[in-house]
Design a binder for this molecule. Structure first.
Ligand SMILES: *[C@@H]1O[C@H](CO)[C@@H](O)[C@H](O)[C@H]1NC(C)=O
Ligand SMILES: *[C@@H]1O[C@H](CO)[C@@H](O)[C@H](O)[C@H]1NC(C)=O
Ligand SMILES: *[C@@H]1O[C@H](CO)[C@@H](O)[C@H](O)[C@H]1NC(C)=O
Length: 136
């Protein structure tokens, strides 16, 4: 009876912990906090999550995840590209942006659909490159 009660408590504790983790969801997906590049360089953002239950992944740009614009996304095994030809996704789901300009600075989101939808943001800062010399 006592053993049963102990097992019971352990079970309830682990159940509560799972529910808590589900509510927090913060460790479901992670991205870098910030990325710094100089104009012209490639910006790379990793996105870490457990890919075993991956249904869809969406890399977006914008302050608010709900209104952010999709740059490139994956649905099951299909990659759906946006209009920006400099944007690509590596096999490990990292977002890459070639030939960055200062206009690329901003907030980027990796939004994944597993058994629920989870996201994580990264701020990109592109600093000015070396000024080109102009001879008149
Ligand atoms: C980005 O640049 C790398 C290295 O120059 C190149 O291999 C890659 O194909 C480029 N990606 C895109 C989407 O243009
Ligand atoms: C994913 O691949 C890119 C280059 O292909 C690498 O820079 C990055 O560290 C990798 N990220 C992870 C999470 O393995
Ligand atoms: C990222 O940018 C947003 C909006 O510009 C800002 O509110 C937030 O504090 C920034 N986060 C970091 C880690 O710099």
């Amino acid at each position: 009876m006592e053993l049963f009660a102990t097992v019971h408590v352990a079970f309830i504790t682990s159940l509560l912990f799972s529910v808590f983790k589900l509510i927090m969801c913060q460790d479901q997906v992670t991205t870098p906090g910030t990325v710094f590049v100089t104009e012209g360089e490639i910006a790379t953002f990793y996105c870490r999550f457990d890919p075993s239950n991956l249904v869809a992944l969406d890399w977006k740009k914008g302050e608010d995840v709900n209104t952010a614009v999709s740059l490139i996304r994956l649905f099951k095994t299909r990659t759906i590209r946006g209009d920006d030809l400099r944007v690509d996704m590596t096999r490990n789901y990292s977002l890459t942006i070639n030939e960055t300009t200062q206009a690329d600075s901003g907030v980027y989101w990796c939004q994944v659909t597993l058994q629920g939808v989870f996201e994580s943001s990264t701020n990109l800062t592109v600093s000015p490159g070396k000024k080109k010399l102009v001879y008149i």
